[in-house]
Design a protein around this ligand. Structure first.
Ligand code: ADP
Ligand code: MG
Length: 362
């Protein structure tokens, strides 16, 4: 058992496969180089003390009385993780967590999952807990679902845990398995924040989720993962529900095609799949915004860009583009300038590569 430990958990970006996680489908994602760092130490009393340098807030709560806070809702992510660990029978004592982060919050890069994963990594190291990587991700998801009350799928936490340098992560949410697919060395990821924060607690996320469940039920399958296009056409769905299902079925297919494209080094083809994914978000899932559409359109016309799409939940947030690494500077300059000209807003760029997942820092 260590007395003090520093953990790091990265943010993630969804590269292909939008809203497919809770539909038990496929996603290609990557951990990025930015994330949440926690300096953790054991305390002699059974309390949980958490401070965040990011928002300059601190809380203290007894382990025997862990409950969601309303004033300091940000702390519910780590509190939830500790609560779920205790409920699962893990033995923990008091601890202090000092949180810092270089990840933008609420930008669709999953700072919430990074905070959860860094917390569980800290508890695991401080108290010698035996938890394999997938159950660890699932435990964080449970905390976010049940304690924070956001019904996010497993994508965010699993990507933060399983990230690998220059590899995309292929997640299969039916079988709950992970594989990696390498990204050619000449390609990088460009994330552009539209400057309009996403608000998944605004109800749209849960609404889309319900529509997908309804579609699966009407088609007669356990989840949309098992639905084929032909079944969709013959099912009696209302127009909106049909389009929602069409998006999920299409996304699953595009992920599998994307893996083939990467394995045969066809980045151009991979880029086309990203653009098709964005188009489906626009017209079928209706989780894009005019700002995200402009970013994708600008990227599409810029030399050196293979493809571009919105990433994460949608309704604001960021786009991800797959680009030729050597063109990065020109691409960023050109899109930033034109985006400002067209919208008056600024898009903050993050240039990254698929990065290592959660770890203990030396
Ligand atoms: P995303 O996960 O896309 O960044 P969310 O709304 O799911 O967006 O999670 C963001 C929330 O997570 C923040 O509003 C805050 O409550 C919490 N959070 C994440 N990182 C930190 C941090 N470093 N310090 C304090 N709170 C954080
Ligand atoms: Mg989140």
């Amino acid at each position: 058992m260590s007395d003090t430990i520093t953990t790091f958990a990265p943010g993630r970006v969804e590269i292909l496969g939008n809203h497919t996680d809770y539909n038990l489908g496929f996603v290609l994602s990557a951990a990025i180089h930015l994330g949440v760092t926690i300096e953790a130490s054991r305390l002699s009393k059974d309390i949980l003390e958490i401070s965040s340098e990011t928002n300059q807030r601190s809380i203290s709560i007894e382990l025997s009385n862990l409950r969601p806070l309303t004033e300091d809702a940000w702390a519910n992510y780590p509190i939830g993780v500790i609560k779920v660990l205790l409920a699962a029978g893990f033995r923990l004592g008091g601890m202090r967590l000092d949180v810092s982060s270089d990840l933008p919050l609420g930008a669709g890069l999953s700072s919430s999952a990074a905070l959860e994963v860094a917390t569980v990594m800290a508890a695991k190291a401080l108290f010698d807990l035996e938890i394999a990587r997938m159950p660890l991700a699932q435990l964080c998801q449970k905390a976010e679902n049940e304690f924070v009350g956001v019904h996010s799928g497993l994508l965010d936490q699993a990507s933060s845990v399983f990230g690998k340098y220059h590899e995309l992560i292929l997640l299969d949410f039916l079988n709950v398995t992970v594989e990696t697919v390498s990204l050619p060395a000449n390609a990088s990821l460009l994330l552009l924040n539209s400057g309009v924060p996403h608000e998944l607690t605004g109800g749209e996320y849960n609404e889309r989720r319900k529509q997908c469940m309804l579609a699966a039920k009407s088609i007669g399958v356990a989840s949309l993962r098992d639905a084929a296009l032909a079944q969709l056409e013959s099912a009696h769905l209302d127009e909106v529900t049909r389009r929602r299902a069409l998006h999920i079925i299409g996304e699953n297919d595009r992920v599998l095609q994307g893996v083939q494209a990467l394995r045969s080094n066809r980045l151009q083809r991979f880029g086309e799949l990203m653009l098709a994914s964005h188009f489906s978000s626009q017209v079928n899932f209706e989780n894009s915004t005019s700002y995200l559409d402009i970013l994708v359109e600008l990227a599409r016309k810029t030399p050196g860009v293979f493809g571009s799409r919105l990433t994460g939940g949608g309704f604001g947030g960021s786009t991800v583009s797959l680009i030729e690494s050597v063109c990065a500077d020109e691409i960023v300059q050109r899109i930033s300038r034109d985006y400002h000209r067209m919208t008056g807003a600024n898009c903050s760029p993050i240039l990254t590569e698929p990065s290592e997942g959660a770890r203990i820092l030396a």
